[in-house]
Structure formats: structure tokens, C-alpha cells
Design a protein around this ligand. Structure first.
Ligand code: B3K
Ligand code: ZN
Length: 893
């Protein structure tokens, strides 16, 4: 496989102006013909190189004349026209493809009998010969012809301009997309589908038809998706002034999809999991994911489609920005603090570990083998997946968030407006976005661009001192970016640190002035008191001094998590407890609780490793007791604060990761807390139980979250199995039912087996619910669970060709520290075998699975040997895909 470098970017020699596609869809083959208007960037006849993969050439014509053999070159990946005519010319290609045999789910393929496409990043080359790169933007028409009874619905991008019947029971539809687009946004769907229809009136008064397509029986489950779409359209108008630009917006849900969803122009294609929901079958987490992903794909219409990426190194230009936009959307519709906590946890559990390992790469990589591995799928809610590299765009979103932190909402909006003014209809780079933000605000961004090019998570150490005589409080910052593969030496980064200072009663101290390197920097420009200020930390070492501080304050550092770093401070446990109780920044209250929990867990892990008895610090129990009893707090915030840091997060902080010790400690704390807080937990369950109709809104979700976490704690004690069973039986929605099932499933035994069997028999007709059932069992910490997972592979509901099922069962298993990392190597061996089987069917999915091995060096020698043996076994297999090759080889390097 070939490595591709950012620095080698070259503008194309030829551009495409219009593209007219015709598809004749069939059961044994599909014929594609494309007619492209080509024009040279500069005159002079260089060869025109087209990409093509698994496409069979039938004929090729230039300006109506057939191009003969010898005038072109054809190999397994390219079609090269040796001497194209000068000036603009018409290129006509006819080729044959086999969607019915395509298990990679890229290009044109079949899902449950329907045709659909996935072109990002490089799937269009599996449909026809093309310059498959995002800086080729053209206007498309698409004519689809197919059997009318098998495929009554024919969809593509843009507007439907003609349709009709043909001989032999066939029919056709002609679509025209008035906007220029790169080919990765092309889409086609043909099948037996029905739609939920609605409309949206834009702020300028245009009516947009909205249609969500699924198989007929699922249409009732699309109400929440439709609500989400309309909310997103409104939000983008209100917050960014961005209006939808066509008269039709289609969403199609398909059961076989490698990722979450795809933002094809006006024809979004979604994994069914992120469209279909009903209170009985979907959890609050599913509802929230649907809202976020529908928003995300819709927001791409401007950030990604109208303005796209020049090349795939610029992926963050659209993904970082669009993830940021969907995060803001979900925050505005729900709770900002809770959303921030969820996003930061994701960053810490998946992204930081990756950035500390062999797969580390910057927001904008310098080279890649197969671009698609750098992408993410919206796993927000497929929580059981821990494939760090897939979530890399989270850091991209943090980078965008920092612009906003530095510029404020209005400054950020000015930057966005300028970005669209300058670049609408173009394929651009991360520097273009940076320049728009800078120029619109006349801002000094110092070394901010390092965020795009340096990999690794900066470590910032803060020490504080108070001088009572001078009434000054000083903070010294010292930053370090760890070496990563290919980047041994790093430059300092520009780190915005939002902070406040608390007085001894827990109130924010008004900040009047701060000195930096001896010069006065005023904090407030008018008379309004300032309680949170943003320090610009840009050097390896520097000091900030606050004046007029009349008592030693407790600093609340990095409020709202203002930059994606690791922070170490000299805050004591009692400072942290104080912040947990008083900080006006809710995110930092949670953070203080997490810091305490992490410290506690690490020290218990050390005790466990030395065979000392485990004892839970009473202060910790006391802190959680007061949070649990504080009815003034948001209930979901309380639920989040009650949730212990993940095992991955703790392992990440250890010299040698010890999954058994971390797991035992976390289980110990959970049971101990359950014992000590029994009464409070019980009353939490009682008070927050409701049987009325399911409502998706923040107060109701928060209430369910709190009740369910209390139940999980309680059910870790066998005496509360009965309570959990009762909750399971009386639940009126999937959120409560599944939480009760998970609570019961903690403890091996007959009750667990019976309830799991009962759940399956209830829900066997619903594949999305069955996937939850697979995931729950796969993630289990029950000893020797690998055998159970192996037998589930043979379960009639399992199918290795369906990505969602693989993510549930195999991905879920890899997320279980004790069983995946079993010391006898059984978990690794299992994964090695599966990866090889999967790679033959679907390389993208296989490469996601193999990445579970990428941090094998973090473990002890025995585990290392087992994992390495599997990676070597994979590498020595003939015919490995590029996707799996990249991950496996980088892991071994
Ligand atoms: N843009 C796509 C991700 C593409 C991944 C391609 N392998 C969907 C999204 O960003 O939500
Ligand atoms: Zn996206």
C-alpha cells in the first residue's frame, strides 16, 4: 500500500463541469454510463487519470468518438486517457458493476434488497471511472432505471425533474442537482420504501418538503427523526443564519451501513439505528443520538457540502466544525453541562488513549494510507465501541470550540459569516477557516495553527501561590506536548485557559486585573464584574498574577474544559471537595468529583496489586451522599457525578495497565457505595419512578438517568435483584427496561439467564433491540465470557455481514477489559480469528475491530506476547485489505 503525503498536494490538471449519470439497475449486474464535460486547468495535453476500483470498462468515447485500445491504459485502479484533446471535451464512459456482490458496503451495494450508495471517502470509484477527489466539483444529473415492482422508489440528489414507465415492467426517474458537488456526496437509493412526509418553511418563506424513507413497517418509528430534522433546520437559521437551499430534503434509513450516517446532498443515508425510535424500543441515549446525528448530517449541508474539503487531509475542516455544531445544537436543546460532560468523557476515554499510542495523528495528518480509517462514525451512542481512532474528529471539534472561546459568540459568528462569504462553492483548507476567523475579528492567534499539525495531548502543569501582603495570587503554567510517532520534538501550543477564583465561602471573586510577564492585562473592559477570564497560555512556561485578591482563593481551572489538554494542578483533595461543593461552573464541579475519584481508584489499584485489603475513603462517600441528596442540582448532572471514571481512563494513567486490578477496584467501589448509600439510593429510585407516557425532554431524561444509575448501584448487591426484576417487569419504555436488564445482568446466575432469555423472546422481531441484547452480553465481565460470545456468533440473529451486529457483539466484547484482555490470551485469539474472517467481507469494519489491539504495549509481558502473536498472524495473512494492513502494521511498528 502506498503512503500519501499532505505536502504532495497538486491541483488537478483537469476539472469537470457537468456530469450526467445513467444507471440501469439489475439483479445480475448494473450498467453505469457517465457523460462528463472536462476542461483543462492549463492547456497542454497531459494524460487524464481516472480512478476506478472493481469496475469493468465497457466503452469509452471522447467527443462522440470511441477511444481505441492503445489510446488509454487500464489497470486495476486507474483508467488513463493518454492524450486528451485540447480545450473542453465530452468524455463518455460505460461500465459494469456488481452491487449484488458488494459486501464492503462502499460504492453501490444492496441492503435488505434495496440499492444504496456510500461514496465518502473513496467509494465513487467503485461506481464509475472518475477523478475521485473532493476538489473536483461538478453539477450532476442522474437518471435511474430499474424494475418498477422491485424498486418503486428511485432517489438521487437534488430535484426530481422527470419520471415515467418503460417497457418490460421497468421505470425511470431523472434527478438534477443544481449545486456543484464533489463525488463523495453523490447518492442513489432504489427500493421498496415508504416515507413520512412533512414540511419546513424557511425564514425567507420557502417551503421545503421533508421525507424520511424506510420499509413500510418502520414509518411509525420516524417521528422523532422528523422532529429532530425540523429542529436542526430551525436552529441553523437562528444560530448561524444558514437556510436550507433546495425544495426537497430526503433521509433514507438502511439496516446495513458501515457508519452512522452520510450527508449526501439532499439525500442523507442513515444507519437505521440512528433514525428509528419508539419509546418501547429505543432508549434515551438512542433518542439523543438520533437528534445529534440528524442535526450533524443536516448541518453538513453548509459545512461540508456548500463549502467542502480540498483534500482528505482537511477532513477536520468539515468534521471538526460540524461535530462542534451538532454538540452546540444538542446543548441548546438539552443541558449544556451534561452534554459537555458526555463529550469530554468521550474525548478522554477514546481519543486521548489513541493520541498516546502508535495510532496518534494530528487533527490534520501528514500522511495516510487509506483515508477512510481517519473517519469517524457517529458512535456517540454506540457506547460499547472503544475504537479510539474513529473518534479522532472530537479533537477537531475542540479546536473549533477554542476559536469560539477566544472570540466569543459574536466574534465566532463573524468568522463563520466571512468563511461562507469567501468560500461558498469551493473546496478549501483548514488555513482558510483559520484565516476567516482571524480576519473577521482582527485577532491575534499566535501559534494556534499548531493544533492542526501536532499530535498528542498537551500536558499542562499549574502551580499556584498567594502573597497576602501584596494581595496577589499567581498561577504558573508549564506545558509539554509528549512525543508521538514521527514527531519526537514538539513546539508549545496556544492553550486558552478559562478560569475563576473562589473565595472561602465558595463565591466567585470578581477579577479586576491580571499581570502577565510583568505587564498589566485588563480583564474587564467595562464596568461589569468578570468572574471567568480566559488566559492565553502560549509558552513553555509562563506566569499570570491576579491583583487585589484579599484572601487565598481556590482556583477553578479550565472551566467548561476550555482546551483539550491534560491538566495537573497542585489542588489538594480538600480544594477538590470544595470545588465539587461550590464551583459556579457546573462542568468543573463534576470535574473535581472525577479528579477525586481517579485519585482514589489509582490508590486502591496499588493496594489491590499489593494484596492489601481495599477500604473506601469515607470522605468520598460523604461527597457523593451530599450530591445525591442535593435536590437543587440537575438530576442528570447528579447521575453523571455518581458515575465513576471509566476503566480505560484509569488504565491510561498507569505505567503498565492492569485490567484485572482496575476492574476489581471499580466493582469494589460500586458495591461499597451501594452498601453505604443504600437508603439514599432506594429513595432515589422510589422518587423518580413514573409510569406515565414517555416524554423526550431534558427533565424526564434526567429523572430516568438518575433513577437508573441508582438502580444499577443497588442491584450490584444480590439483595436488590428482586427490586431490579420488578423494575424490569413494570417498565413502560426501553430506557427503563434495558437499564433494569443491565442491572440484573451484573450478577451471574439463573435470574440473569432467565431475564436475558425473556428479553430476547420479547424482542426477537426487532433487530435494533436484539443488537442491544447482543452488546449487553458481549460486554459482560462474567469470567470466561469469550465462550458465550463465541456461541452467540452462531445465534440465528447474528450475521457477520451486518456492521451493527459486529459492533454490538465483537465491538462490545473488546470493550470488556477483563475478558478481552484475559491473561490466557483467549480474548485476543478470538479477535484475531474474527478480524481475518471479517476482512474478506468488509475491510472497513474489520479495521475498526483490529484497532482494539493498537495499545497492546500498555499491558504486561504475557498479554503483550499474546496480542503481538495475533497481530503478526494477521499481518502474515495473504490478501489482507489496506484498511486492516494500516492499523495492524502501525500497531506493530
Ligand atoms: N461524513 C461521514 C463520515 C464518512 C466516513 C467515511 N468512511 C458522516 C458523518 O460525518 O457523519
Ligand atoms: Zn460529519
Amino acid at each position: 500500500p502506498k503512503e500519501i503525503f499532505l505536502k504532495d498536494y497538486k491541483m488537478p490538471d483537469y476539472y469537470f463541469d457537468t456530469v450526467d449519470l445513467r444507471f440501469s439497475l439489475g439483479e445480475e449486474k448494473t450498467i453505469v454510463s457517465s457523460k462528463i464535460t472536462v476542461f483543462p486547468r492549463i492547456e497542454g495535453s497531459s494524460p487524464l487519470v481516472l480512478d476506478g476500483h472493481d469496475v469493468k470498462l465497457v466503452s469509452i468515447c471522447v467527443n462522440g468518438k470511441e477511444v481505441k485500445e492503445g489510446e488509454y491504459l487500464l489497470d486495476s485502479r486507474h483508467l488513463t486517457l493518454l492524450s486528451p484533446p485540447s480545450g473542453t471535451f465530452a468524455l463518455e464512459i460505460v461500465n459494469e458493476i456488481h452491487p449484488e456482490q458488494n459486501t464492503s458496503l462502499e460504492g453501490l451495494y444492496k441492503s435488505s434488497g434495496n440499492f444504496c450508495t456510500q461514496c465518502e471517502a473513496e467509494g465513487f470509484r467503485k461506481i464509475t471511472f472518475y477523478q475521485d477527489r473532493p476538489d473536483i466539483m461538478a453539477k450532476y444529473t442522474c437518471r435511474i432505471e430499474a424494475d418498477k415492482s422491485l424498486y418503486p422508489v428511485l432517489l438521487s440528489n437534488g430535484n426530481l425533474i422527470e419520471q415515467g414507465d418503460l417497457e418490460g415492467g421497468r421505470h425511470y426517474a431523472l434527478w438534477e442537482d443544481p449545486f456543484k458537488k464533489p463525488c463523495y456526496l453523490f447518492a442513489l437509493v432504489a427500493g421498496q420504501l415508504e416515507s413520512r412526509d412533512d414540511k419546513f418553511i424557511t425564514r425567507s418563506g420557502r417551503e421545503v418538503s421533508l421525507r424520511i424513507w424506510t420499509p413500510a413497517q418502520d414509518v411509525p418509528k420516524t417521528a422523532h427523526a422528523m422532529y429532530s430534522l425540523k429542529a436542526a433546520m430551525k436552529w441553523d437559521e437562528d444560530v448561524f443564519g444558514l437556510e436550507y437551499d433546495l425544495d426537497l430534503f430526503n433521509i433514507v434509513a438502511v439496516p446495513d451501513f458501515n457508519m452512522g450516517a452520510m450527508e449526501n446532498k439532499s439525500l442523507n443515508i442513515f444507519n437505521s439505528k440512528l433514525v428509528l425510535a419508539s419509546p418501547e424500543t429505543a432508549t434515551d441515549a438512542d433518542y439523543a443520538a438520533i437528534l445529534g446525528v440528524i442535526g450533524h448530517e443536516y448541518f453538513h449541508n453548509w459545512t461540508g457540502n456548500r463549502v467542502t474539503c480540498r483534500d482528505w487531509f482537511q477532513l477536520s475542516l468539515k468534521e471538526g466544525l460540524t461535530v462542534f455544531r451538532d454538540q452546540e445544537f444538542s446543548s441548546d436543546l438539552g443541558s449544556r453541562t451534561v452534554k459537555r460532560i458526555a463529550d469530554v468523557s468521550k474525548l478522554r476515554n477514546y481519543q486521548f488513549p489513541q493520541d498516546a499510542g502508535p495510532m496518534a495523528h494530528p487533527v490534520r495528518p501528514h500522511s495516510y494510507i487509506k483515508v477512510r480509517n481517519h473517519f469517524l462514525f457517529l458512535l456517540s451512542l454506540l457506547k460499547f465501541l472503544s475504537y479510539g481512532q474513529l473518534l479522532h474528529r472530537q479533537v477537531g471539534a475542540e479546536v473549533v470550540r477554542m476559536y469560539k472561546t477566544l472570540l466569543g459568540s459574536q466574534g465566532f459568528r463573524k468568522g463563520m459569516d466571512l468563511y461562507f462569504k469567501r468560500h461558498d462553492g469551493q473546496a478549501v483548507t483548514c488555513e482558510d477557516f483559520f484565516a476567516a476567523m482571524r480576519d473577521a475579528n482582527d485577532a491575534d492567534f499566535a501559534n494556534f495553527l499548531q493544533w492542526y499539525s501536532q499530535a498528542g495531548t498537551p500536558l499542562v502543569k499549574v502551580t499556584s501561590s498567594y502573597d497576602p501582603k501584596a494581595r496577589t495570587f499567581s498561577l504558573k503554567f508549564c506545558q509539554e506536548v509528549p512525543p508521538t510517532p514521527g514527531q519526537p520534538v514538539k513546539e508549545p501550543m496556544f492553550i486558552p485557559v478559562a478560569l475563576g477564583l473562589l473565595d472561602s465561602t465558595g463565591k466567585d471573586i470578581p477579577l479586576s486585573s491580571v499581570y502577565h510577564d510583568g505587564t498589566l492585562q485588563s480583564v474587564s473592559s467595562n464596568d461589569q464584574p468578570v468572574y471567568t477570564t480566559v488566559l492565553r497560555v502560549t509558552k513553555k512556561e509562563e506566569e499570570f498574577v491576579f491583583s487585589d485578591i484579599s484572601e487565598r482563593p481556590v482556583p477553578s481551572l479550565l472551566r467548561g474544559y476550555s482546551s483539550p489538554i491534560r491538566l495537573e494542578s497542585d489542588l489538594t483533595d480538600s480544594d477538590l471537595s470544595f470545588l465539587l461543593a461550590h464551583d459556579s461552573d457546573e462542568f468543573n464541579r463534576w470535574e473535581a468529583g472525577q479528579l477525586l475519584a481517579r485519585k482514589l481508584m489509582l490508590s486502591l489499584v496499588a493496594d489491590f496489586q499489593q494484596n492489601k485489603p481495599l477500604v473506601l475513603n469515607p470522605n468520598f462517600v460523604h461527597g457523593l451522599r451530599s450530591i445525591l441528596g442535593d435536590s437543587s442540582l440537575d438530576k442528570e448532572f447528579v447521575a453523571k457525578t455518581m458515575t465513576l471514571p471509566g476503566e480505560g481512563e484509569i488504565m491510561d494513567m498507569m505505567g503498565v495497565a492492569d485490567p484485572d486490578a482496575v476492574h476489581s477496584v471499580r466493582t469494589f467501589i460500586r458495591k461499597q457505595l451501594a452498601q453505604e448509600l443504600k437508603a439514599e439510593l432506594l429513595s432515589t429510585v422510589e422518587k423518580n419512578r413514573r409510569s406515565e407516557e414517555y416524554v423526550f425532554d431534558h427533565p424526564n431524561m434526567a429523572r430516568r438517568a438518575l433513577k437508573n444509575i441508582a438502580l444499577v448501584y443497588l442491584a450490584s448487591l444480590p439483595e436488590y435483584t428482586e427490586l431490579a426484576l420488578q423494575e424490569y417487569r413494570t417498565a413502560t419504555n426501553m430506557t427503563d427496561q434495558f437499564a433494569a436488564l443491565a442491572a440484573i445482568a451484573q450478577n451471574p446466575g439463573k435470574t440473569r439467564d432467565d431475564v436475558l432469555a425473556d428479553f430476547y423472546s420479547k424482542w426477537q422481531h426487532d433487530f435494533l433491540v436484539v443488537n442491544k441484547w447482543f452488546a449487553l452480553q458481549a460486554m459482560s465481565d462474567i469470567p470466561g465470557n469469550v465462550e458465550n460470545v463465541k456461541s452467540l456468533l452462531d445465534h440465528p440473529a447474528f450475521d457477520l455481514r451486518n456492521p451493527n451486529k459486529v459492533y454490538s457483539l465483537i465491538g462490545g466484547f473488546c470493550g470488556s477489559p477483563v475478558n478481552f484482555h484475559a491473561k490466557d490470551g483467549s480474548g485476543y485469539k478470538f479477535l484475531g480469528e474474527i478480524v481475518l474472517q471479517l476482512d474478506k467481507l468488509n475491510p472497513q469494519v474489520a479495521s475498526r475491530m483490529v484497532s482494539a489491539f493498537s495499545r497492546w504495549r500498555r499491558y504486561d509481558e504475557t498479554r503483550q506476547n499474546h496480542a503481538k502473536a495475533q497481530l503478526e498472524r494477521i499481518m502474515s495473512t495473504n490478501g489482507l485489505s489496506e484498511n486492516v494492513f494500516e492499523i495492524a502494521s502501525k500497531s506493530l511498528a
